[in-house]
Design a protein around this ligand. Sequence first.
Ligand code: PAF
Length: 277
Amino acid sequence: MEVIRTLAALRGRLKGEPLVACVPTMGNIHDGHLSLVRIAKSQAPVTITTIFVNRLQFGQGEDFEKYPRTFEDDCAKLEAEGNTIVWAPDEKEMYPEPQTFYVDLPKVSNKLEGRFRPGHFRGMATVVLKLFNSVQPQVAVFGKKDYQQLAIVRQMVDQFALPIKIFPAETVRAEDGLALSSRNRYLSPAERKEATRLREAIIGVRDAVLGGDRNFIAMEYAAGALLARHGWNVDYVVVRNQRAVLRPDNTDKALVILGAAKLGQTRLIDNIEVQAP
Ligand code: PAF
């Protein structure tokens, strides 16, 4: 596997490559990321995993400095998975001068995750656009675990007419259903056991939707109350449309239930798509 650090070297290496699939990451690679690499490999002969911890998408109180940086370990996992290239620019390479141009996002980016992490999606979309311009892939793979991120990237690609196919990847889960996340490592053994309740609460809402119930606000409230009774600090459990992650209107059938809540000090997110009858 090749490790490339500079934009010039990346461009040189990719010159003439007709089909490249990109997996953008901030490192700390786990099985969830590796599943994205597997999808990338099924789409293109050359796969590039980018590793860059993007300061722009961290808000105040979110510890950019403490974000786990595990580069050697990440490369070993990616190499074992058959990834072709790791592009790992440092901050000076990615932002040679302070970034003063940003992607201006629609209102949805201030809702749900955006409400609890102001500026996060603006920083995310800005670096993703820059990664796309640097790598110029034909395909890019994003996990459904970060559902709002995926929706924003898809809309950005559509509205800026970027010639990139965005490939959504299913969330990878532990045996008991917990979505894999770098944050799971912060859960105590008791919290780890309790952590599956977020998904269970979301499944409860999904089952009600499948049963034909469209009283979403009542379902959202019941799911939040269930979590709160078990000691969770709930940010939201909501039903949204899949397209724009906005409140569904009466005709929306392709829905997604999203939840975010804190267990002790650890904030977990999860979601499930559902087709309403
Ligand atoms: O999902 C992530 O790891 C990041 O938000 C991304 C897409 C790599 C942009 O920094």
